[in-house]
Each structure stands twice: as C-alpha cells, then as structure tokens.
Design a protein around this ligand. Sequence first.
Ligand code: ADP
Ligand code: 5GP
Length: 187
Amino acid sequence: MAAEVRPRLTVLSGPSGVGKSTVVAHMRKVHPEVWLSVSATTRKPRPGERHGVHYFFVGDDEFDKLIANGELLEWAEFAGNRYGTPRGAVLERLENGEPVLLEIDLQGARLVRQSMPEAQLVFLAPPSWDELVRRLTGRGTESAEVIERRLAAAKIELAAETEFDATLVNTSVEDVARELLALMDVV
Ligand code: ADP
Ligand code: 5GP
C-alpha cells in the first residue's frame, strides 16, 4: 500500500535581520506558486510594505478580536508588537494539498509544533553574530532601541536552533531559497 503523502506545512524562523523576507521574496520570484501565509500584525508598516501583501496591519482592538474569535492558528508578541497567522487560509490550502509556508518567530514555531506535529520547522541562521548585527542595522528600518530589543530576542532564538528539523545558513540568498524549496518538495 502506498504511503499517504501529506501536504506539508513548513515553518521558517530565525532572528530578525537574518534575511527571512529576502529569501522568501526571492523564492517566490522563482516559484510564484508557493503560497506564503500573510500574518496579521499590530506593527506599523515599513516604507514599501503593503496591507494584505506583506502583512494585514491591524490595530490592538482588531487583533484582540482575531484572538477572541479563534481566527489565529498561533500568535505571539515579538519586540513590542503582536503577530499572528490567520487560521482559515492556511487550513484551506493544506486541505487542497498545496504546500504552505509560514514565516514566524520562535514562539510561533513552537506553538505550531504543538498543534501540528507534522509541520517541518526550518531555522534560518546568520553566517555570524556580527553579520546579523550588520544586516539588522544596515536595513535601516528600526530605531536603536528596537534594534536592541530584536538583538536580545535573537540571542534566545539562536539558542533554540536545535529544536528545528533543519538549519539553513543564509550566506547566499539564491542558495538558501533553493534549499528551502527542496525541503518543501517543490523542486
Ligand atoms: P528578516 O526578514 O529576517 O528580518 P530581511 O530579509 O529584512 O530579514 O533582511 C535584513 C537585511 O539583510 C536586508 O537589508 C537584506 O537586504 C539583507 N540580507 C538578506 N540576506 C542577505 C544575504 N544573504 N547577504 C547579505 N545581506 C542579506
Ligand atoms: P518583522 O517586524 O521584522 O516583520 O517581524 C518580526 C518577527 O515576527 C519575525 O521573527 C517574524 O518572523 C515574526 N512574525 C511574522 N509574522 C508572524 C506570525 O504570524 N506569528 C508569529 N509568531 N511571528 C510572526
């Protein structure tokens, strides 16, 4: 009897500034059919970020409602803002047999592991700590205080790498995007 092939839910996590968005954007340029969940967040948009594309930007009250109505698969507070994965869209795609990618923080990855143990957890690591600091600072989108909060979170996230099923080191965006696609069985 052939083994059932389960549609795969893949979670990509890693410290802020490691290059998660860059890798995912590159991957989707090459394979636009790969579906990425769009999270809800209470964070303010960065220049160029669009509602419904990068995030659903919501207020605190609206986020409270999403939680109360059970509309989030998981959610977490990260560096002063809340972020959550809309449940419906993810489940719909998994039921259709489509691969699904979530780009979420360590707390979210742990919650997904609890509720969906078949999920594949992938950790994106920086080539070095100094390079992570350079990337986060060089992006130029956060104040010094927010960068400090994100680097404090990064120390905790880096220490949790062994909880993940696979680690990819983001030296080359193209290489990592290819490796991620292979892990998702897309190529
Ligand atoms: P994250 O989504 O993990 O917070 P970003 O994708 O915003 O990180 O990347 C942070 C910064 O690092 C950006 O300025 C981006 O251009 C840069 N970056 C991403 N990947 C690489 C890489 N492989 N080499 C050099 N710089 C990179
Ligand atoms: P940023 O503000 O840089 O876009 O994201 C900050 C952190 O929140 C990143 O680690 C990112 O992966 C994470 N994040 C984004 N969306 C979600 C989500 O829906 N749930 C959780 N738990 N984390 C998220």
